[in-house]
Design a protein around this ligand. Structure first.
Ligand code: SAH
Length: 239
């Protein structure tokens, strides 16, 4: 008897109901997300929820983004195939795997050694040979493989790190969440003009974990933010 992969149907439902229905139209993105086994990137005890319409905890206080957000950010990068891409915030490695289905090569930087090691193992096991996971402070980019056609950061910073902007090719796109006075955090896209002038636009309000590093938030701020979230969760549970 043929065994049926129980994740195929939920994955297809995710494509239709969470991505296409909310406006992710790029077939390259939909196809990439149809091929990546998200269940292999979430912690084993959360596998049943791999295709739920929400972010999931990864350990170390970090989260794997909601599928729709991965789709929207990947689409905003405007990849057509063949690109050299830099990701900041490897986390589980899921978004890097999605990017690698379209791009030629993906360099992904993660600051937490435990997560970097785990993501590297998962990606290797699944055969994602065009993804390189680098341990370090991604706010400084990754000079050895620069310049990039596209850069994406999956953690929120106080602004766009100058080092990332500098490692973008003319015509390149950078997508990341940044602090926003009206909505808290907004996803922004910077397009580096061929003339060296930048165009920056706000895409949508979002909620991400902090980008911690030399050109991000200082470590102490992140601790305070996490304690505030913890206090709120405790209050909610108690009421
Ligand atoms: N793209 C991930 C989600 C990552 S959550 C996925 O698909 O699973 C954000 C990640 O950014 C966390 O793992 C966090 O440790 C990492 N991070 C925060 N600041 C960073 C920095 N300066 N450099 C590299 N990674 C950073």
């Amino acid at each position: 008897m043929k065994s049926v992969n129980p994740y195929i149907a939920p994955r297809e439902r995710m494509i239709v109901e969470q991505l296409a229905a909310r406006g992710v139209r790029d077939e390259r993105v939909l196809d990439a997300m149809r091929h990546v086994a998200r269940e292999a990137f979430v912690p084993p005890e959360l596998r049943e929820m791999a295709y739920a319409d929400r972010p999931l905890p990864l350990g170390e206080g970090q989260t794997i983004s909601q599928p729709y957000i991965v789709g929207a950010m990947t689409e905003a990068l405007g990849l057509e195939g063949g690109e050299n891409v830099l990701e900041i915030g490897t986390g589980s490695g899921y978004a890097a795997a999605v990017l690698s289905h379209i791009a030629r090569v993906v360099h992904s930087v993660e600051r937490l050694p435990v997560l970097a090691r785990r993501a590297r193992e998962t990606l290797r096991r699944l055969g994602y040979d065009s993804v390189a996971v680098i341990e370090g402070d991604g706010t400084l980019g990754w000079l050895p493989a620069a310049p990039y056609d596209a850069i994406v950061a999956t953690a929120e910073g106080p602004g766009i790190p100058p080092s990332l902007r500098a490692q973008l090719k003319p015509g390149g796109r950078l997508v990341m969440p940044v602090e926003d006075a009206t909505c808290g955090q907004a996803l922004v896209r910077l397009v580096r003009g061929d003339d060296g002038k930048d165009r920056v636009e706000s895409i949508q309000p979002v909620r991400f974990v902090p980008l911690i590093g030399a050109e991000g938030w200082p470590e102490e701020d992140a601790w305070l933010a996490r304690m505030r979230i913890g206090a709120r969760e405790n209050a909610a549970e108690g009421s």
